[in-house]
Write a protein that binds this ligand. Structure first.
Ligand SMILES: [Zn+2]
Length: 240
């Protein structure tokens, strides 16, 4: 639209310039005038359409999730050698609010777990951490087993990811949480060659003991998004 306005203005103003005695001077004056008009138009549109400002500033489809830009390579780097992780188990916190520090405190003080936070990662819902923010636990940094399932053998080889929220009784995960979860699973499963069939909900590990991550957790959608990303990547590789 702006290009159209620019071309119309320029044509008219050049015509006007041609009619003046000092043609070159007239054209320059007219062009300056048109640039001022266009710049004013842009400023006004940015004031009245702030959404456009975000789009232009980031140029990213997921610009509404500020944590989409979290650098997973940096976030997931560890203090020691990586363990050969084989599974990813998804949980909910079964609480409306929380973050990694609060769960860590609870697991240390109430459960008396020496290593604190049972999970390797926590994805916030905007209560005590950002909506979609991925927090990394002490167990991940040190590459030690989780305490997120009742099965010790499973905990030794399974990465535990917890989304803040009670998806059984009250909430559904936010779009930002799902986006961050999909990104994190995609990154970890590629890094450790974890098969899609080894990405599980907690209740699949202990079918009789828990409903975690709750009936409102959209597991099928998460798997679909992961498959879509994988197939896009395969297509890209084939094109190369
Ligand atoms: Zn769980």
């Amino acid at each position: 639209m702006y290009r159209k306005i620019l071309s119309i203005l320029t044509r008219n103003l050049i015509g006007f310039g041609n009619r003046t005695r000092h043609t070159c001077e007239g054209i320059i004056q007219c062009l300056s005038l048109s640039m001022i008009i266009i710049a004013s138009g842009l400023c006004i549109s940015l004031l009245f359409f702030p959404g456009a400002k975000v789009k232009w500033a980031t140029g990213h489809a997921n610009s509404e999730n500020p944590f989409y830009a979290q650098n997973l390579e940096h976030l997931c780097c560890t203090d020691v050698n990586d363990k050969p992780w084989e599974y990813i188990v998804i949980h909910h916190s079964a609480t409306a609010k929380g973050n990694a520090a609060r769960f860590d405190h609870y697991h240390r003080e109430k459960r008396k777990w020496e290593h604190g936070l049972a999970y390797h990662f926590v994805i916030g819902n905007g209560s005590f951490s950002g909506d979609g923010e991925i927090e990394v636990g002490n167990r991940w940094k040190r590459q030690i087993h989780g305490a997120h399932t009742a099965n010790i053998d499973c905990n030794r080889v399974a990465i535990g990811i917890c989304l803040v929220g009670d998806f059984e009784n009250a909430d559904i995960p936010t779009e930002n949480q799902i986006e961050s979860l999909v990104r994190l699973i995609q990154y970890l499963s590629r890094k450790y060659s974890i098969d899609s069939s080894n990405i599980l909900q907690h209740k699949q590990v202990h079918q009789k003991c828990t409903a975690c991550p709750g009936k409102n957790f959209p597991f099928a959608e998460v798997k679909t998004r992961l498959l879509q990303i994988a197939s896009k990547r395969n297509n890209l590789i084939q094109e190369l």
